[in-house]
Structures are given as C-alpha cells and as structure tokens.
Design a protein around this ligand. Structure first.
Ligand code: PHE
Ligand code: NA
Length: 427
C-alpha cells in the first residue's frame, strides 16, 4: 500500500493539471490527446515495468541498481538521472509556487476576474518577479524539510485523501464546464481527432506526446526504480503499473474537460493559453460557480500538495545518489541539493523563456534519453533477468513477459529514438 501511494503521489502532479492541458492546447487538442493516450498504453505502461523490474530486482537506488546489473557504462545513466532531476525540480518548484500563490489569493481576496485579459494580467504578476521567487523558496523549503526530516510517509498517506478529492472536484468542475456556452465547441476540439492533422504534424505531435507520457508517469529518471526497490516479490508489478497509469491518465483527461470548455467560453484560443492556461481558465470558472472561492482554495491547495509528493520523489533520487556515492549524511545532502535546485530555478522566476527552455530540455530530451537507455538495457542486455522478475507475483502470467520484452525491445526504442532526434532538432 505504501508503494502504491508513493508511486501515485509521484505520478499525479503538475504534469497532469498544469502541463497536460497547455501542451494539449498547443498541439491541436484531439490529435494530441489520442497520440498521448496511445503512447501511455503502448510505451508508458511497458516503460513503467522496465523501471519496476530493475528496482525490485536490485533493491537499490537507480545508480547502484544499474551498476549491480550492468557493466560500468550503464552506471553513467545514473548521472543523467541526476542532471534531469535537477532541471525538472528547479522549474517544477517555481510552478508549484504559482499554485501556492493562487491558493493564497483565494484566501485573501477570492477569485473575482471573469475577464480573460485581467485574468491574464494576474497570471503575469504571479508567474514572474520577486514574489514568485519567494514562493519558489517556500516550496523548496517544504520539499527539503520533508526529505531531511524523513516524514515523507505522512505526505504519502495524504495521497489517500488528496487523489480522490482532486478526482471528485474535477468531475464537479467538468460538469460545470458542460453547462457553458463553449462546451460543444470544446468537446469537438478535444475529442474528435483528425488523422489528417496527425499525419501532417507528426514531427511535432509525436515527440510532444512521448515526452508528456514519460513526464506524467515519472519515467526516465529513476523515480520508479527507487520506489520499486521497496517492493516485495509477491506484488504483481503489471497490476500495480496498470493502477498507476490509469489514475494518472484519468486525472489528466478530466482536466481537459474542465479547461477547454472554459477557454472556449471566455474566448481564448486554446493554443495560445500557454503556461497560464489552467490558471486563467480556473480563476474565471471559480469566479462564476457558486462556492467557487472555497472550491478554488481547496483545489489549488490540493494541487500544491500533489506537486509536493512529486517533488519529493525527484529530490529523493538526487539525495540517495549523494548519500550512496559521496557518503554525505541525509540532512546536509538534502539542504545542499535543495539550495542548488533553488538557484537553478531563479532564472525561471524572471522570465518564462527559461521555463520553456528547461522544460524542452528535460522533457523533450533528457527523460526520453533516460527511458531509451533503460529500455535498451533491460530489453537487450538483461532480458531474461527482466522477464523472470516480471513473472514473480503474477499467478497466471501466460506470455505477458514475452509480449512485454518485445514492446521494450522495439516499439519503445523506435518511438524514443525518433522523438529524441526531433526533440534535439526542435531544441
Ligand atoms: N509525474 C510528475 C507529474 O506529473 C512529474 C515528475 C516527472 C515526477 C519526473 C518525477 C519525475 O507531475
Ligand atoms: Na502525472
């Protein structure tokens, strides 16, 4: 139970609530959605199992795990995970700070702006400047405090309350979205894919959808390796991966049912919403629904906690690396890494250009590269070890492990290499 809570806590976060709607808007709505859903099932699900088998098999942190299973070269992947974690956490924390700030706005003044221009202006003041830096600092302090004090379990337990609460609120908000004037147009945009659009724009949609699938499932930087190292041999890895992927996907898809009807109703082109899409649409929704102020405070606050459990999973990878490699104690390791991550995030609080730069680098290149290395390693270097590990704890396994290893060997590798190439070109 602790494992599922930790893994779901890591997966559900800003990737679902903040990143998913604006990337979907940017890449054309339904065409992106269907590609992303296909990738979660065909690439994401087998890739989760790759990390699970490594983690449970070796019972170690990602770097140690790769060193134990492979030869020297593979342990360099651990370095990549560390770099990736640094970059992701630095902007993740800044964006989480925006959610804290919006929670506070609800408490002190409520959500009153229905005019998109004003809502956009508010987003502008929240997303850059000295206050933004302050909220980034507060969030990083929370993350470091929790890791250093070893009270992570408390946060993991809160997942039990938070994830169902987020789901219920999203269903309610989606129902509200259904009543809006823009709903019909929004559903058309979100739900009726046009395969012509996909084929015409696949060089953009494919890497974006693959990157989003890895990001949202916390794949490609060792988080799921670390968490699976707590697992007993009696656990059914495939069932656990299925639960995690389903909850994560459900939350993201529901967010679309909230954001797009609002954007279409207030007259914002979904492709132009950018990083502010979720804030502009939600503040306008909270300004109009009855009880919107309370719902808004609880919602933004919950997302802040969801972001916390994801951020913790990233810092944990960095801290365990420092502890194991350099023998640093837990508290100074957490403090030093937290400070470094904070500094790396400073430019993001000054100009959103850095947000795009970091995000494109982490999501378009680093996570994809990490997933490629792991897939190559398990699929081609230690396939028998991987298959044997997957079979444990599954009563009626059939040829699941055989199908899985081929999904890891070929489709993941092809999609990832193509995405990586397009991602680098784009960068
Ligand atoms: N999966 C998290 C989210 O959707 C983000 C994350 C990425 C966490 C990579 C850990 C590692 O918010
Ligand atoms: Na996610």
């Amino acid at each position: 139970m602790g494992f599922i809570l930790a893994a779901v806590g890591s997966a559900v976060g800003l990737g679902n609530i903040w990143r998913f709607p604006f990337i979907t808007g940017q890449y054309g709505g339904s065409s992106f959605l269907i590609t992303y859903l296909a990738f979660v099932a065909l690439i994401g699900f087998p890739a989760i199992l790759v990390e699970f088998v490594i983690g449970r098999r070796t019972d170690r942190n990602p770097v140690g795990a790769l060193r134990e299973l492979g030869s020297g070269v593979w342990s360099y992947a651990g370095w990549l995970f560390v770099v990736t974690g640094f970059i992701i956490l630095s902007y993740y924390s800044v964006v989480a700070g925006w959610f804290l700030r919006y929670t506070l706005i609800g408490i002190t003044e409520g959500y009153t702006l229905t005019d998109p221009t004003e809502a956009n202006a508010l987003f502008g003041t929240v997303s850059t400047g000295l206050d933004t830096l302050l909220f980034h600092a507060v969030f990083m302090l929370l993350v470091v405090g929790i890791i250093a004090a070893g009270v992570r379990r408390g946060i993991e337990l809160s997942v039990k309350v938070m994830v169902p609460a987020i789901l219920v609120m999203l269903v309610g908000l989606a129902a509200y979205g259904f009543t809006l004037d823009g709903a019909a147009a929004a559903y058309g945009y979100y739900l009726s894919p046009d395969f012509g659009t996909i084929t015409a724009n696949w060089t953009e949609i494919l890497p974006a959808a693959a990157g989003q699938a890895f990001f949202t499932l916390s794949l490609g930087m060792g988080v799921m390796i670390t968490y699976a190292s707590y697992l007993g041999e009696d656990r059914n890895l495939a069932a656990d991966a299925g639960i995690i992927a389903t909850i994560d996907t459900l939350i993201a898809v529901l967010v679309g049912f909230v954001v797009f009807p609002v954007l279409f109703t207030v007259g914002i082109e979904p492709g132009t919403g950018g990083a502010g899409a979720i804030f502009v649409s939600l503040t306008s929704a909270f300004a109009s629904v009855p009880g919107g102020r309370i719902i808004g405070i609880v919602f933004f606050g919950m997302v802040g906690i969801a972001a916390l459990s994801s951020a913790i999973s990233i810092l944990e990878v960095l801290v365990s690396y420092l502890i194991d490699e350099l023998g640093v104690a837990r508290v100074p390791a957490s403090a030093a890494l937290g400070a470094a991550v904070f500094l790396l995030g400073v430019p993001v609080t000054l100009d959103l250009v850095f947000l795009n730069l970091y995000d494109l680098l982490a999501d378009g290149i680093l996570l994809v590269l990490g997933s490629l290395l792991l897939a190559l390693f398990v699929g081609w270097v230690i396939p028998d070890v991987g298959r044997a590990e997957l079979r444990k704890g599954i009563a009626d396994v059939g040829d699941l492990d055989g199908a899985w290893i081929w999904a890891v060997r070929i489709p993941i590798v092809i999609v990832v290499i193509v995405s990586l190439y397009l991602g680098i070109v784009d960068y």
